[in-house]
Design a protein around this ligand. Structure first.
Ligand code: NAD
Length: 358
């Protein structure tokens, strides 16, 4: 396994590997860039088929966090961590505490939060070993699960894209296909349902689909059929890489706006969507609500002040202006929206110092 020559390596400042034989922890922490501030990003626990796939994921995800913070006006850098293993099989409080000790070795240069496969309870266990963790329980000094705020931010960006591409100020009567009914996808569905959208949903877990059918009158759709649904908007809220050579030609939706990280399999798929006149709301722009939320928790705990929920919501509303600026720039420059977003983010974080001792 190579690091410096890895195709996803992007001059990351630090990539560290951790093992703890007593608990079975095998983890990688990647700090992509700290020009704007300490690197913050979630800890993903996943049963990667091999170590190289785990490295690929952590390199890509940590880079994405630099872009997400920069475009969202959050003065933080980009980092991420992965734990290799099935969270339902090997996760224990002791393993998460070992992860906390790994995070602590960064001395605050990397701050961890929850991601796919980890929870508020896991962050509480990490907190027993380090202060450099956010998204801890809201029973004490933390702000709890960031997913509902992420979902609200996705909804804000979703509406910007609908206004821009479909000329509508409301989602009422729109048909929306949602892939993935997890913490974010399900909450996004609730916003859409409350405001009168018609939902078509899929998930690998049938109980999630059943809930959406019962609670929101959603129509269940097969895992693969979701791409070709005759809908106005496709909202990917499960996995990355799902916008690719096989799926893009199937799309009938005119807008893609969802929560999943790294939706484009490759950068050229942004151009492919543009050529087909599909407006893509860049993932890291509209799914930044969770990051914004934990940033306010970080500020509050650092300064010994109360967590400012109203400030969080006002900041999340700015996703509308940011998304609109990106759509306008893409049109003006004749480029895809993903590239327009990257250009704006890079202006914010790339120009400063290059390297720190690692
Ligand atoms: P989650 O694990 O709670 O939900 C993911 C859902 O997708 C699960 O219900 C799972 O069964 C389903 N799924 C998995 N594979 C699928 C497939 N092939 N087809 C359909 N459904 C499938 O995760 P989440 O927290 O809701 O996050 C969803 C996405 O949003 C992830 O890509 C995550 O990285 C991203 N994201 C989450 C947050 C957050 O605050 N939770 C913030 C930013 C980005």
């Amino acid at each position: 396994m190579s690091v410096f020559t890895h195709k996803e390596f992007d001059d990351h400042e630090q990539v560290s590997f951790f093992t703890d034989p007593h608990t079975g922890l095998r983890a990688i922490i990647a700090v992509h860039n700290t020009n704007l501030g300490p690197a913050l990003g979630g800890c993903r626990m996943w049963a990667y088929e091999n170590d190289d796939l785990a490295l690929t994921d952590v390199l890509r995800l940590s880079r994405g966090m630099s872009y997400k913070a920069a475009i969202s006006g959050v003065p933080l850098g980009g980092g991420k961590s992965v734990i290799i293993g099935d969270s339902r099989k090997i996760k224990t409080p002791e393993l998460m505490r070992a992860m906390g000790r790994a995070v602590d070795t960064f001395g605050g240069r990397y701050i961890v939060a929850e991601d796919v496969g980890t929870s508020v309870e896991d962050m509480n266990n990490i907190h027993r070993e380090t202060d450099h963790v956010v998204g801890i329980s809201d029973k004490g000094e933390g702000s709890g699960d960031p997913s509902p705020t992420t979902a609200y931010g996705v909804y804000v960006g979703f509406k910007s894209a609908v206004r821009h591409r479909l000329g509508k100020d409301s989602v009422k009567g729109l048909k929306v296909a949602v892939q993935g009914l997890g913490n974010v996808g399900y909450n996004l569905c609730k916003h859409l349902h409350e405001d009168g959208a018609e939902l078509f949903v899929t998930d690998v877990q049938t109980d999630r689909i059943d809930m959406a059918v019962t609670e929101m009158g959603a129509t269940p759709v097969g895992l693969h059929d979701i791409y070709g649904m005759d809908v106005d908007v496709f909202a990917p809220c499960a996995l990355g890489g799902i916008l690719n050579d096989d799926t893009i030609p199937l799309l009938k939706a005119k807008v893609v706006a969802g929560a999943a990280n790294n939706q484009l399999a490759e950068a050229r798929h942004g151009d492919m969507l543009r050529d087909l006149n599909v407006l893509y709301a860049p993932d890291y722009v509209i799914n930044a609500g969770g990051l914004i939320n934990v940033y306010y928790e970080y500020l509050a705990r650092k300064g010994g002040k109360a967590y400012d929920r109203a400030g969080v919501m006002a900041h999340v509303e700015q996703i509308d202006a940011t998304a609109t600026r990106i759509f306008d720039r893409a049109e003006k420059e004749g480029i895809c929206t993903a590239m327009a977003a990257d250009q704006i983010a890079e202006l914010a974080f790339k120009e400063k110092k290059n390297c720190k001792a690692a």
